[in-house]
Design a protein around this ligand. Structure first.
Ligand code: 3HC
Length: 327
């Protein structure tokens, strides 16, 4: 639905006075929150709109690879869990779109940016889900990576984003556990089930590591976002944290992570791991992944099919407003 956006007050879109800039810096330095009513630099606003809207798109597009399995889940229990999880992703998208709207962009514009490719969404959702084990891998690896990346975002300097992330992270941790549990059950099953779990992890492991974004030296936004306390850790730091978390969990599962270079490094106090194929990452970002075209086409169709809901909601809101005016 196109939300009616209040026009930004003059002082919020302009360069800002010395006092306004000083107050913004003071709040950031003191680890306090910037709220929608506060003055903020245009570049800070633009960075937040970029990141939050892309995050929202990822949640909504991210419903598709798992939605694909709802009708084919192997039991009623699995179907109910998967449906709840996919609904959670829809909710995450809505909190995030609402957080982005507080910065002065409307939903229709964000939607246009998504379907025209002007705004990105996470590379990971352009991979296909040919087996049931992929529901386990998405939960364990994709939601696991999402938690590593997103828990620090609960402390993001922009209030509406940080607060949305607090709720999202609680749900993501349930998502990760249900994925782990799917894989655990498969790994306790027949040889064919074990092979299916391993084959799936082989496909999802590297793309999950790439979710954290390009290496620090190739990340144009990180430095400034960290200075503004939107991001708290660099892409590589979070990737390392993720690998350190995965290795002992893989041991519990009895699954082999598909990287022969993974090795404990006593000196660093971390696991070393092998290089990633960044050409593949940039190919996916350029729209040439396994499923880019189908993901965006489905999103567009869902939006068009939902036009009557938006029209009905708008008519209802207009009628309620007219009633209020009359009383
Ligand atoms: N997929 C697609 N694009 C990516 C990407 C990825 N995995 N990683 C980086 N990029 C893009 C960036 O958006 C940026 O492009 P832009 O300038 O056109 O926007 C470019 O690559 C350079 O990357 P940077 O490292 O400079 O970009 P950022 O500083 O924004 O860092 C990020 C990238 C770590 C993804 C950061 O934006 C972030 O933390 N975002 C919030 C979390 C998020 O969006 N997660 C997506 C997954 S959501 C999810 O997993 C749903 C869950 O339910 C499973």
């Amino acid at each position: 639905m196109t939300a009616v956006q209040p026009a930004l007050p003059e002082e919020k879109s302009a360069e800002g006075s010395v006092d306004q800039r000083r107050e913004f810096d003071r709040l950031i330095d003191a680890d306090m929150r910037i709220e929608p009513r506060d003055w903020m630099p245009d570049a800070y606003r633009k960075t937040l709109i970029r990141q939050i809207s892309q995050h929202a798109h990822s949640e909504i597009i991210g419903m598709q690879p798992e939605g694909n399995w709802i009708t084919r889940a192997p039991s009623l229990k699995r179907k109910a869990i998967l449906m709840a999880k996919v609904q959670d992703e829809a909710g995450h998208g809505l909190y995030l779109y609402s957080a982005a709207q507080t910065l002065g962009i409307d939903r229709e514009t964000m939607f246009e940016q998504l379907v025209t490719g002007a705004a990105k969404y996470s590379s990971i959702f352009n991979y296909t889900t040919p087996t049931w084990a992929d529901m386990g891998s998405i939960g364990w690896l994709v939601d696991g990576a999402a938690i590593c990346n997103q828990v620090p975002l609960c402390r993001a300097s922009y209030g509406p984003y940080g607060r949305a992330m607090t709720r999202i992270c609680k749900e993501e941790s349930f998502h990760q556990r249900q994925g782990f549990e799917i894989l655990l059950e498969l790994m306790r099953g027949t040889d064919a089930q074990k092979a299916m779990a391993q084959e799936s992890v082989n496909r999802w492991y590297a793309p999950a590591l790439m979710m954290f974004g390009p290496p620090d030296e190739d990340s144009p936004n990180s430095q400034r976002s960290m200075a503004w306390k939107i991001k708290r850790f660099s892409n590589d730091d979070l990737r390392q944290r993720f690998v350190d978390m995965l290795v002992p969990q893989a041991e519990v599962l009895g699954i082999t992570l598909p990287d022969p270079d993974i090795k404990w490094n006593e000196e660093r106090g971390h696991y070393d791991f092998g290089p990633l194929d960044w050409d593949e990452f940039y190919e996916v970002l350029a729209g040439r992944g396994q499923a880019n075209a189908v993901r965006v086409a489905r999103r567009k169709k869902a939006h068009e099919d939902g036009a009557w809901v938006r029209e009905a909601a708008r008519a209802c809101a207009d009628a309620q407003a007219a009633e209020r005016m009359a009383s």
